[in-house]
Structure formats: structure tokens, C-alpha cells
Write a protein that binds this ligand. Structure first.
Ligand code: 26Q
Length: 811
């Protein structure tokens, strides 16, 4: 905890302002004020950062490295202030100086180096590792352009590049002296020296990897860990000017661009695998730099290679960093001179893997030729891993060629990264109970029966520090006043709130807080979209990536149906609702983009129809991102978690909504099931197909969406509305959605679940009318949300996978 009073803080702030801007604090220019505050905070962080690093170097404590292609951090200032314990002092001090802390915080550009759930999970994990005093560090790529910015133009998504570094990034520190060289292409010379095979990589192209470090401040400032992001540069930045006249100067520049392209941009794809060579380059680039620097640091501080797996854990976030396995093998074999068996034991002992998806189309498979040409030595190692593994398979499944080739790492001209990840690590986990069961019994069945002990579940979590304490200060205050502040360090203490939720005054308080947050969001919506919404209406929210399996289309059909109902019965007795959407579509995902346009067209028609406007409005919020999520989630009454059962591995926004006292309408998918188990069926709205039914449909067929269209007049009406010009004068505009649902038989069972969704929505309406009862349910959700803190998740990883000692106990 930083011990500083208001006056002292003011003085320090003014001094910092002068120091970095060369002028005294004056009127205007808020960004300069933000910069001064950020730099001051960084100073506070700096000392402890060095101290933590020293402590790790001396103690020999096991170091955890979380490798991820994505870290979706959002803004850092507010969290750093909170975790340093000086957010209130800072707010008061700035207020005296006529500065609004909230305004300064909102000037920070979101650090958006991730697509969605997987990247945000990595960010929550970093926060929890530091807050639990676990020596856990991030390793990834410093993309020059993060996830694209979304604009809505003529109701359609338009992508704009996210130049997040334009105004500088005060949190990062370039560490030139910690650079590494990553080698691409070339050939491998194999020779026998004194009876031992020696592999020399020649004619390769060396790429410079420069690390940029960002501090990860743990709660109460005990521990400051490191997020290391790598940037690609040419080995030599010097140009030979005489080459200018030979016309080679431009060539050199072209080369420089091609190298820097490696860390230029985040792939905006989260379900569709693309076999692009640049993506493979990105993966090897950061993984190789990361593993090399870990080993270098480990040895420098006296670590013995034979003990590596006792002192180092490398966790891979999905298959994207799987090349860490052959890269570690390469270093142990070729640079450290270990034999295969020992190297393999150390490698598998060091590496663990999380799977985040069961969508087959997302699984990474690289063409052998591409892999081999780009990474010749790594390919040899993967081949050897595959050979030895297939031999084991052969010993167990003699003659079962089909099974063996199904399970192999290399087959059908491709390298299967998921299989390499399972074979090369000691732990494989899914991210929610159902997801892990499906992995074991369906998607990775063969691998599971071969390695039953590797598989385990670690249900996802979210950091309550950002998603409750920081983003919802009013609710936090109420909780502190009623159950004390124990939940801040021990989020499962939130359960104490359950004893309070039957009290009318608490229910009223909860309603008041929600109302305030809704008013703030209504203001944002008015300012950004020009739409007036009613803070007394039910805020019904679906914010997440746009994808067919997440079924924004089901929500759309519901809204279209409600519209029909009100027109048919203008006196319909219902609670007014505001339907709020947000989310980005992958730029090449046509159906998802079509869905965004549909939502906006529905919004245009409905919001301009006075006959229904007292009862319903529809809003699509542009550019959904972490900072906007913080504003939306605390203001939500009803959280939409309506994916096709079995398809959402876990979901994490469901946990954030619950923690902020929203009720959930959900299918029994991903972590929704565990939320339901926590709060009980009375406190969540469950509808739709069960997982076994979905699995059976996929296996045996028997579903006909056309029958639902034919037999249900309500469905027929809304489906016809897609193509009759009601929402768009171009009748063909939403043909892709229509075809998807009718012509191609509705892969995600939207029509099948329609009836139970509509029925459940009317139950929501009934329940909302009783404010006290509704708020009691919200309170129960808050009380039971502690288990979904990523502190719980991380302590399970630490004890169950990484074998790191938990210094912070009593969870
Ligand atoms: C792969 C290859 C090429 C280009 C991109 C990708 C790629 C990138 C990102 C594939 C997948 C992702 C991200 C997946 C993701 O976010 N999955 C989500 O992970 C969450 C955290 O575990 C879960 O809660 C969600 O259910 C899951 O969808």
C-alpha cells in the first residue's frame, strides 16, 4: 500500500506535471494531465517492480510464464490506482486542482491486443497472479495495431485500424538489452560428431525480437509482475547509403517492412482458422523469443537445466503458442546438449495447455510444406515427436491404422497443433465443466483415453477488482457497508451478502444503484447514438463477438416478434424494454456482418415507430471494447447468454454480469451451467435444448428448421420479414440470414429454441414487475459470484497444474 496523503499527492502531481511537460499545470489540455498522472503512478510502481524482480531472482521461487497471442488489457490507469490503494486519495487531490479523475481515466486508449474472451481471460489471469503474489508473467506480441476499431456507417460495420501507440504508451518500457534473435528459413546440416548427431541451422534469416515490458500491479502493491510483449525489427537498422545509387535502398526498405510486418497486426479472427504464413511467423516469433529469454534468465541466475521443470512453468493459451514445445526441445537438444529422453521429460514437465474451443473450424493445422520451409529444424523435431508418439500408439493399438492416423500429430499433409499441444504437455484443461466433458468424451476422445491423467477442468473466472470494485463503485460501497470489505481479498466472502438480500432496504439500494448506472449508460447512448432510452425500461443486453453460434439472430427474431405483437395489440401489457447490442464481426465473416446490419435496420425501424416506442427501443453500440463493457455491464438488468448448447466453451461476460447484479437468460451451455448450479433455477432464466439433444441431432440428424417455419405462425412471420422489405428496401439484403436459417437448415437450432426463448422472456417480464423480488434475485447472483473470481481459477491452476506455492492462502 502506498502511504500518501492528499496534500502530498497534490504536490507530487504538480511536480511531475512540470517535470514532464516543462510547464506549470494550467487550464485545458486534459491529455497532458493524464500523462502527468500516468507517469506519477508509474514512478510509484517502478520501485516495487524492481524489488519484486530481485526477490524472484534471489528466492528461486517457481516462475510461471503465461504465453498468449492475445492480452486484452483495456485501460490501465484506474486499475493501477486501485491496486496501489490510492485511487480515492488521487481523486480527492485532483478535485482540489479542479481536475476530474474519471475524465483523465477516460482519455487512456484501450490496450486492445485481443479479440475477445481468450485475450480478456489472459488479462484477468495476469491481475489475479499478481494479486495472489504468484510469480506469473505474460509473454506475447506487441502488435503495432490492435484489434480494429469498429464504426457503423450506413448500418454496416466498417473497420478502422487501431493505432493505439500513436500518442505513446507510458506503461511500457523498451528493453533493448534483453533482445533475442529468432531464425526463419534456411537449412539444417546434420552431421555426426563423436558418435552424436549434431544439427546446425544455416542460411537462415535472423529477426530481432525486442521486448517491451509492462508492469502488472497486484492488489495492495505487494507484487508487481511483468507482461513482456515482443516487437519484430531488422537485425541491422543501418542502411548502406551507397546502395541507394545501385537502386537497392528501396529494396532494403521493403525488407524492413516485411520484417516489421510480423508484429504489425493482430488477426481479427476468433473462430475461423486461416492458414496464413504470417500467422505462423507470428507464433514462432514470440514463442522462440520468449523461451530463449526465459532460459537465458534462468541460467544467468544459476538455474540448472536439469531442474527446469521444477523452477519454470510455461502455460500455453490455446494452441497458438504450441511451438513453445518444439522450441524448448530445440534449445535443450541443440544448445544445451541434452539427450532426447531427458529433454522430452523436461519439456512436457514444463508445458501445460488450455483448450478454449470445440469448434472444429477453429483448430489450427499447418500445411507441412509451409511449416518445413519456414521452420526447418523445428519441423524435424515435430517429426521426431510424432514418430515416437505414433510408435507408442502402435504398441497400444496394434494394427488400428485409422485410429492412429486420426490421433497423429502429422497426417494428411498437415501438422495438427492441438495434438502436438496435448502430446507435449503434462496438463490439458478445458474452461468449464461441460466443455471439459465434451473435450474428453467427444472432441479429443481418443487422446483422452490415451492420456486420461492429463485432462482436467479449470472453470474460467474474471477479476472482481476490475469488473466490480473499479467499474461499479456504488455497488462496491453498498457491499462494504453491509458485509465489510473482506470480499475484496476473498471474493467468496460475497456469499455473506446472501443473508442481506431479503431485506427491503437492501433491495431498494440495489435498485437505486442499478438505476444510477442505467442513467449513466442512457447518457452515453444519447451522446454517441442520439437515441433516447428510458432508464426504467428493462436493459436487455447482448454484448460479445458476433457469431452464428452465439445466436444474436435469435435475439433479433425475438425483437421482431415483439414488434409484431405490439402492433397487433397496442395495449399489450408489458414492461418497456431496451435491447442493447454490441460486438465486432471478423472482417471476412459475411454472415456476422450481415447480422450487425440487421440489428441496425431493426433499430431504425423500431426506434422511429411512435406506435411502439414507449414499449421498446433497440440500440447497437459501436466499437465494443473493455472500457465500454465496464459501462454497459453494471447497467444491465438482463444478460443474454443464448449460444447453442455445447458451442460456448465457457463464456466470461456471463460472470461479469452476474457479479454486477444482472439476471441471466441462458441456455445450459459453458459456464452458464455452473452459474445455474450456484444460484439455483429460481434466480436464472434457463431455456432451450440440452447438450445431449444437440449432440444427438448432430450425430443422428432429424432436425428440420423448415418444419418450425411451416408450423409456427410467429416464426413464419418474422422469417418472412427478413426478405419482404420490412426492414430494408433492398429485399435481398438479409437473404444470407434467411438462407442460413431455412435453406441450410439452421445449423445452430435458432428456430428450434425460439418458442422456449419467447416463453422465458415473458417470464422475465412478469418477474421484473416485482421490484423487490427481482432485486432479491440480483442480490443472490451477486452473493454467489465470488466463485467466478479469477483468483479462484488461478489458485486452481497454481496448485493443480503449475505446482507453484501459494503464498497467499485462505482463499
Ligand atoms: C486462430 C488461428 C488464426 C487466427 C486466429 C485464431 C484465433 C484467435 C482467437 C482463434 C481463436 C481465438 C479466440 C478464441 C476465444 O476467445 N475463445 C473463447 O475463450 C473464452 C475464454 O476461455 C471462452 O470463455 C469462450 O467461450 C471462448 O469462445
Amino acid at each position: 500500500m502506498i502511504n500518501i496523503g492528499k496534500e502530498e499527492f497534490k504536490k507530487a502531481y504538480l511536480k511531475k506535471f512540470l517535470e514532464i511537460h516543462g510547464e506549470e499545470l494550467g487550464e485545458g489540455n486534459s491529455y497532458k494531465k493524464y500523462e502527468a498522472l500516468g507517469n506519477l503512478v508509474k514512478d510509484y510502481v517502478g520501485e516495487k517492480w524492481v524489488e519484486t524482480t530481485k526477490k524472484y531472482n534471489n528466492s528461486g521461487e517457481k516462475q510461471i510464464y503465461y504465453f498468449s497471442m492475445e492480452f486484452l488489457l483495456g485501460r490501465l490507469l484506474g486499475d493501477a490506482l486501485l491496486n496501489l490503494g490510492i485511487r480515492d486519495v488521487c481523486r480527492e487531490a485532483l478535485k482540489d486542482l479542479g481536475i476530474d479523475l474519471g475524465e483523465l481515466e477516460s482519455l487512456e486508449h484501450d490496450q486492445g491486443l485481443g479479440n475477445g474472451g481468450l485475450g480478456r481471460l489472459a488479462a484477468c489471469f495476469l491481475d489475479s497472479m499478481a494479486s495472489l503474489n504468484i510469480a506469473g508473467h505474460g509473454c506475447g506480441i506487441r502488435y503495432k495495431y490492435g484489434f480494429f476499431e469498429q464504426r457503423i456507417v450506413d448500418d454496416k460495420q466498417v473497420e478502422v485500424s487501431d493505432n493505439w501507440l500513436r500518442d505513446g504508451n507510458l506503461w511500457e518500457k523498451r528493453k533493448q538489452d534483453k533482445k533475442e534473435i529468432v531464425k526463419f528459413g534456411g537449412e539444417v546440416i546434420t552431421e555426426e560428431v563423436n558418435g552424436v548427431m549434431k544439427f546446425t541451422h544455416v542460411n537462415y534469416e535472423p529477426i530481432l525480437a525486442i521486448p517491451y515490458d509492462t508492469p502488472v500491479v497486484g492488489y495492495e502493491h505487494e507484487t508487481i509482475n511483468n507482461l513482456r510483449l515482443w516487437s519484430a525489427e531488422t537485425v541491422s537498422d543501418e542502411f548502406d547509403f551507397s546502395s541507394f545509387s545501385r537502386g537497392e535502398f528501396l529494396k532494403a526498405l521493403e525488407y524492413k517492412n516485411s520484417v516489421e510486418a510480423i508484429s504489425q497486426v493482430l488477426y481479427p479472427n476468433d473462430t475461423q482458422y486461416e492458414g496464413k504464413i504470417l500467422r505462423l511467423k507470428q507464433q514462432y516469433f514470440f514463442v522462440s523469443a520468449g523461451v530463449q529469454s526465459i532460459i537465458r534468465h534462468y541460467k544467468k541466475h544459476g538455474g540448472k537445466i536439469e531442474n527446469l521443470d521444477e523452477k519454470i512453468a510455461i502455460h500455453i493459451n490455446d494452441t497458438h503458442p504450441t511451438l513453445a514445445i518444439p522450441e524448448l526441445m530445440r534449445i535443450l537438444l541443440d544448445e544445451e546438449g541434452l539427450g532426447w529422453e531427458e529433454a522430452w521429460k523436461i519439456t512436457t514437465g514444463t508445458i501445460s495447455y488450455t483448450n478454449h474451443t470445440i469448434l472444429a473450424e477453429a483448430l489450427e493445422k499447418w500445411p507441412i510444406d509451409m511449416f518445413k520451409t519456414l521452420l526447418p529444424r523445428i519441423y524435424m523435431i515435430v517429426e521426431e515427436i510424432n514418430k515416437r508418439y505414433c510408435q507408442e500408439l502402435w504398441n497400444k493399438y496394434i494394427g488400428q491404422w485409422d485410429k492412429i492416423s486420426r490421433m497423429a500429430i502429422i497426417a494428411d499433409g498437415q501438422v495438427r497443433m492441438a495434438h502436438l499441444a496435448v502430446v507435449g504437455s503434462h496438463s490439458v484443461n478445458g474452461v468449464a465443466k461441460l466443455h471439459t466433458e465434451i473435450l474428453k468424451k467427444q472432441e479429443m476422445k481418443d487422446l483422452y483415453y490415451f492420456y486420461p491423467n492429463k485432462f482436467n477442468n479449470k472453470t474460467n473466472g474474471i477479476t472482481h477488482r476490475r469488473w466490480l470494485i473499479k467499474s461499479n463503485p456504488q455497488l462496491t460501497r453498498l457491499l462494504k457497508n453491509t458485509i465489510g470489505d473482506g470480499f475484496i481479498k476473498h471474493p467468496t466472502d460475497l456469499i455473506k451478502f446472501e443473508a442481506e438480500v431479503h431485506k427491503k432496504e437492501i433491495q431498494l439500494e440495489l435498485a437505486k444503484i442499478k438505476r444510477l448506472n442505467k442513467e449513466k449508460l442512457a447518457k452515453t447512448i444519447l451522446n454517441t447514438k442520439g437515441i433516447i432510452i428510458d432508464p426504467d425500461s428493462i436493459f436487455d443486453v447482448q454484448v460479445k463477438r458476433i457469431h452464428a453460434y452465439k445466436r444474436q439472430s435469435l435475439n433479433c427474431l425475438k425483437i421482431m416478434h415483439l414488434y409484431n405483437e405490439i402492433l397487433a395489440n397496442p395495449n399489450k401489457d408489458m414492461v418497456p424494454r431496451t435491447f442493447i447490442f454490441g460486438g465486432k464481426a471478423a472482417p471476412s465473416y459475411y454472415l456476422a456482418k450481415n447480422t450487425i446490419e440487421l440489428i441496425n435496420k431493426i433499430a431504425n425501424v423500431i426506434n422511429n415507430d411512435k406506435r411502439v416506442n414507449e414499449k421498446m427501443k433497440v440500440v447497437f453500440l459501436d466499437n465494443y471494447r473493455v472500457s465500454l463493457a465496464e459501462e454497459i455491464i453494471r447497467a444491465t438488468d438482463l444478460s443474454e447468454q443464448i449460444s447453442t448448447t455445447t458451442k460456448e466453451a465457457s463464456g466470461t461476460s456471463n460472470m461479469k454480469f452476474m457479479m454486477n447484479g444482472a439476471l441471466t437468460i441462458a441456455t445450459l451451455d459453458g459456464a452458464n451451467i455452473e452459474i445455474k448450479d450456484e444460484v439455483g433455477l429460481d434466480n436464472i432464466f434457463i431455456f432451450g435444448l440440452q447438450s445431449q439433444e444437440v449432440l444427438d441431432y448432430y450425430k443422428y440428424g432429424g432436425y428440420s428448421s423448415y418444419e418450425y417455419y411451416r408450423d409456427d405462425q410467429r416464426i413464419r412471420a418474422v422469417i418472412d420479414d427478413l426478405i419482404n422489405g420490412r426492414y430494408c428496401s433492398d429485399k435481398e439484403r438479409f437473404r444470407p440470414i434467411y438462407d442460413n436459417l431455412i435453406t441450410y437448415n439452421d445449423e445452430f437450432f435458432v428456430l428450434k429454441d425460439f418458442d422456449s426463448y419467447i416463453e422465458t422472456n415473458s417470464r422475465v417480464d412478469d418477474e421484473f414487475r416485482d421490484l423487490y423480488k427481482w432485486q432479491r434475485k440480483c442480490g443472490i447472483n451477486i452473493a454467489h459470484s465470488g466463485i467466478f473470481s479469477s483468483d479462484r481459477t488461478i489458485s486452481e491452476y497454481a496448485t493443480g497444474i503449475w505446482g507453484s506455492e501459494l503464498i497467499y492462502k485462505n482463499l
